[in-house]
Design a protein around this ligand. Structure first.
Ligand SMILES: [Zn+2]
Ligand SMILES: [Zn+2]
Length: 243
């Protein structure tokens, strides 16, 4: 048995079980924000972090814009000048190597002697290493899911809190079930999820009903007002979560 009652992950997960939030999404979001804060505060000068960013040819679209939304022109100037210097070098090499032919529509595909240079140029953009933040998200996700399963299987207090205040998003529900070994825990998780899906569905049905001209003047509850956003969040997880 590996119930780490005093473990930080236990309290992180348990404290995140509130307001029907997916605790795994909540914690990942918080960790990403903390990482970005630290990155902008000083880690942008960290050699390893800079190397990771350069190796992956920058962050993925989602995390690049998330970082941008935190501001900090200097940090962005440091990160993107590295990337652009390297791109300029690749373009220079490519232009030196490749032979241009007049009148050829698609010289990339046609001239055999250019294929190697083109491949090298294309490979430059298709990095083998993942976005460094996405890869951290995957590690955090794994740790939280394994711990969550363990607490659901072994810790009564945790289980009760999940029943009353938790509601997993679909991606995390499936990932969690993949790791659940105890049938009663699976049943309990599914029972909670089912109950909450039905409540969400009722709210969505109310939105539809009240869009009908006959009922349009009926007041909308606070829950109904946000149910359509909640549906997106529960279906795909928070932004940046992968299926
Ligand atoms: Zn989630
Ligand atoms: Zn990413």
């Amino acid at each position: 048995m590996r119930v780490r009652a005093m473990d930080m992950v236990y309290y992180e997960l348990k404290d995140s079980l509130k307001d029907d939030a997916c605790p795994i999404c909540v914690l990942i979001n918080r960790n990403v924000d903390n990482f970005i804060d630290a990155l902008l505060y000083e880690s942008v000068n960290d050699i390893k972090i800079r190397k990771d960013i350069n190796d992956s040819k920058g962050y993925c679209n989602y995390h690049a814009w998330k970082l941008q939304s935190f501001g900090d022109p200097l940090a962005h100037a440091i990160i993107y000048s590295d990337l652009i210097v390297s791109l300029i070098h690749e373009i220079d090499v490519f232009l030196k190597e490749v032979k241009f032919y007049q009148g050829v529509e698609n010289f990339f595909g046609i001239k055999k002697e250019n294929r190697k240079s083109l491949k090298r140029f294309k490979d430059y953009f298709v990095s083998n290493s993942d976005c460094p933040i996405c890869s951290m998200v995957r590690d955090w996700e794994k740790e939280y899911i394994l711990s969550f399963v363990e607490y659901m299987e072994k810790d009564r207090e945790f289980k009760e809190k999940f029943k009353t205040e938790g509601f997993l998003c679909v991606p995390h529900m499936f990932k969690l079930l993949e790791h659940c070994r105890i049938r009663s825990a699976v049943k309990e998780i599914m029972a909670v999820q089912l109950d909450k899906y039905k409540k969400l569905l009722n709210l969505l049905n109310e939105i539809k009903r009240k869009s009908d001209y006959r009922f349009v003047n009926e007041p909308k509850s606070d829950e109904e007002k946000v149910a359509w956003i909640r549906a997106v969040e529960k279906w795909v997880g928070i932004p940046g979560i992968k299926k």
